[in-house]
Each structure stands twice: as structure tokens, then as C-alpha cells.
Design a protein around this ligand. Structure first.
Ligand code: KIV
Ligand code: NA
Length: 278
């Protein structure tokens, strides 16, 4: 199937077809997701937790993002890829934001970049990057790079005032030139209001069923990341258990001398060669 474009996503929204989105961080996972037919892949800075073992997304660097976006691109050459801008790669200046967004496009071949926040400064960066010719994905609501100000990993927009602020932020980011927005960790009513008022695709993660599409962190939905599981995650498989069992079985078999099997897993030499050799 041909790689989808911004026009395909607009059409999907018009037809009421849901946009399917998952995160991936490596070649193998991206390859399976392309085979499964997802519409988009996000190389999120959740990379920090899922693949690199940090507690937060803060330590993730541009070099980390470039390297993992490249791997995902190699695994999914025909899928629309969004690459996250890591912490402090776009906050400082328009120039730095454009240069770093450009690296993800130029060095890793992503189709779009995503950055967090709905305030004035972020709107300026969205505009600058967009004007440089790059598709910008906004991200509002529960934005992990604002964790200190949010005061923890918790749903946003649960009061009428906070909900109204999020609707305004979505408008501001759309007006700044984002081609789509991800809304994370908000009540369904807020996801719905933002979606109905928007003129661009609104994707949701933990934002209810009314958004134009859904995102999940792949390691959550296949049961691999068990440090913490948010309420909005549905577990479609227990891959972590399957892998752990395989590692355990292998460990036992090697220790007992049951693996490798002398016939099934072993290279052979002719009797004559063995004789001469020994
Ligand atoms: O980094 C990421 O994977 C994300 C999603 C969790 C929204 O931004
Ligand atoms: Na992210």
C-alpha cells in the first residue's frame, strides 16, 4: 500500500474513517506495524522510558531521536512517520526548532514532527517550523515535557475552566499551522469538543472515542511495558510473558544440556572429514 499523505488523512476525517496510530522505536516493531496496516507510526520520546530505561522523557536527545527514527523508517518505508521533538530541542528559539525538526526530516526521513504544548511560545515554534516546510503535529493535554507544572502523570481538563483552556489551546495550535493535533489524557467530553471545533485531524490517546483517530504506546498495548499502565490502555497481548517464558525455557535447556540438539540445531561434517581432522 502507498504511504498515506496529509490529503489521505483529511479525506479519512471527511469520510468518518478512524486514523490508526501506534508508537514504534525500532526496525522490527515498525516492520510488523506496517504489515498490520497502521496508518501512522509515532517515534515518540516515550523512547526514553520504553527503550532506554529512563524514568521520564527529559533525558532523550536529538541524536537518540534521529537514530530511532532512522530504524523505524527502515522497518516501515511505506508508512507515514511522525518523529517527536525531544525536551529542549525546540523550546529555546525558532532557529534551533527549525534546525532540529529539519534533522528528523533530512537524516531520518520522517513525514512530520510533533511537539508538546499549547501556549504562546509553542504556537510560535509551530508556525516557524511549519513555515520552513515541515508538517507539524501539535500535542496538548497531558504533556509529559510539562510534568513539573502539571504535577504528575494525571488527566487534564477535568474542570470546565481547564477544559475551555484546552479547547482554546487546540485552536491556537491549529491557527499556528499544525496539520493535526494529538490530545492526550483528557475526559471524553473534552476530546469531543476539540474534535468538533477543529478544522484539522484530531488524534487522541486517553481522550475518549470521539477523536478522528487513536494512538497507543505499542509496548503498553502488547503487554511489554509493565512499570506503569494508564487507565486508557487496552492490553491486546501478553508479549512480555511470552518472551520471559521463552528466555526462561532457553536458560533451563542450556543448563540441562537439552539445547542444542545434536541433530536438529547442529552443523555436520562427513565421517571421513571428521576422521582426518581428529
Ligand atoms: O512519546 C510518545 O509516545 C507520545 C505519546 C505517549 C503521546 O508522545
Ligand atoms: Na512524546
Amino acid at each position: 500500500m502507498a504511504k498515506k499523505t496529509i490529503n489521505d488523512f483529511k479525506q479519512m476525517v471527511e469520510k468518518g474513517e478512524k486514523i490508526v496510530w501506534l508508537t514504534a522505536y525500532d526496525y522490527l516493531t515498525a516492520k510488523m506495524q506496517e504489515k498490520a496496516g497502521v496508518d501512522m507510526i509515532l517515534v515518540g520520546d516515550s523512547l526514553g522510558m520504553v527503550s532506554l530505561g529512563y524514568d521520564t522523557t527529559f533525558p532523550v536527545t536529538m541524536d537518540d531521536m534521529v537514530r530511532h527514527c532512522q530504524a523505524v523508517r527502515r522497518g516501515a518505508p511505506n508508512t507515514f512517520i511522525v518523529g517527536d521533538m525531544p525536551y529542549m530541542s525546540y523550546q529555546k528559539s525558532d532557529e534551533e526548532a527549525i534546525a532540529n525538526a529539519g534533522r528528523l526530516v533530512k537524516e531520518a526521513g520522517v513525514d512530520s514532527i510533533k511537539l508538546e504544548g499549547g501556549g504562546e511560545l509553542i504556537a510560535r515554534r509551530v508556525k516557524a517550523i511549519q513555515q520552513a516546510g515541515i508538517l507539524v503535529f501539535g500535542h496538548i493535554g497531558l504533556t509529559p515535557q510539562f510534568m513539573g507544572q502539571i504535577g504528575g502523570y494525571r488527566a487534564q481538563g477535568r474542570s470546565a475552566a481547564a477544559a475551555m483552556k484546552l479547547v482554546e489551546e487546540a485552536k491556537a495550535i491549529e491557527e499556528a499551522g499544525a496539520f493535526a493535533i494529538l490530545v492526550e489524557g483528557v475526559p471524553a467530553a473534552v476530546g469531543k469538543a476539540i474534535t468538533e471545533k477543529a478544522g484539522i485531524p484530531i488524534l487522541g490517546i486517553g481522550a475518549g472515542s470521539y477523536t478522528h483517530g487513536q494512538l497507543l504506546i505499542y509496548a503498553d498495548m502488547v503487554g511489554m511495558y509493565d512499570n506503569f499502565t494508564p487507565k486508557f490502555v487496552k492490553k491486546y497481548a501478553s508479549v512480555g510473558e511470552v518472551l520471559t517464558k521463552a528466555f526462561k525455557d532457553y536458560t533451563e535447556e542450556v543448563r540441562k544440556g537439552q539445547f542444542p540438539d545434536d541433530n536438529e540445531h547442529t552443523y555436520k561434517m562427513s565421517e571421513a572429514e571428521v576422521k582426518e581432522f581428529l
